[in-house]
Design a protein around this ligand. Structure first.
Ligand code: ZN
Length: 242
């Protein structure tokens, strides 16, 4: 199966549409959470995603915040503003959809988690130490995570104590080897100084990972954010991918 792996859409419909079109025909879509938060199109993104065929979708911290399932005290002021705005516009049916999602799921040879297998909602896997500790929290050969908005792979072979971190080569099919934690990067708010939308294609038969970036119309998203009075910093960061 050719499976599209997406995460951290963050209510950016233009980026989501660009990714779905660039990915072409796929057999399934696995979405690792954070459909909303930051961006101007929460309802449009939830609707677009929830109606995708053969979808597996997790809840992320921003979805949980918008769905009122977690305390937002730890969010910074601007993120909190974005959450409150999202709550004010989210339709009842989209709200209920988000509330029904789980933060972690195991499918055949892959565990899916929004943040990490140890703490699916909150933990960021940004360094090899934290990632290494997480390998004992899943049993499958692979774990796919989002949340950090960074397209990285943590690899830990048999006998290794510490995982290696590497950034996959763009547009080059990578033969996966167990065990590994893989992150497809963020669709709607990249944070690796590349503003293009990020995603991956996982081929479950060939056991390969294809990391991709696609350009989308960033100014149109910024115009919609301005019209909705969303925080200026979130508007600016889309241009720099940070
Ligand atoms: Zn996120």
């Amino acid at each position: 199966m050719r499976i599209l792996i997406i995460s951290d859409i963050h209510a950016n419909l233009s980026a989501l549409v660009a990714v779905l079109s660039d990915a072409g025909e796929v057999d399934a879509v696995w979405c690792l959470g954070d459909l909303v938060g930051y961006g101007p199109d929460p309802n449009e993104c939830v609707e677009r995603i929830r109606h995708l065929p053969n979808l597996v979708c997790l809840i992320g911290n921003h979805d949980a915040a918008a769905a009122n399932s977690i305390d937002i005290a730890s969010f910074n002021d601007e993120a909190r503003l974005a959450v409150l705005w999202t709550q004010s516009v989210l339709s009842q049916s989209n709200l209920e959809y988000l509330q029904g999602l789980e933060p972690e799921k195991t499918l055949d040879s892959v565990t899916l988690a929004h943040g990490s297998p140890r703490q699916p909602i909150w933990e960021y896997l940004l360094d090899t130490r934290t990632a290494s500790q997480n390998f004992e929290f899943f049993d499958t050969p692979y774990c796919f995570v989002g949340h950090s908005h960074l397209p990285v792979i943590f690899q830990m072979q048999d006998g290794q104590k510490n995982a290696d971190l590497f950034i996959p080569k763009l547009e080059s099919t990578l033969e996966m080897s167990p065990r590994a934690i893989l992150n497809p990067g963020s669709v709607g708010q990249p944070r690796d100084r590349d503003p293009r939308a990020s995603y991956a294609i996982y081929d479950s038969d060939a056991q390969t990972w294809l990391y991709q970036r696609v350009q989308y119309d960033i100014p149109s998203v910024q115009t919609r954010m301005r019209a909705k009075n969303l925080p200026q910093r979130h508007i600016n960061r889309l241009s720099t991918g940070w």
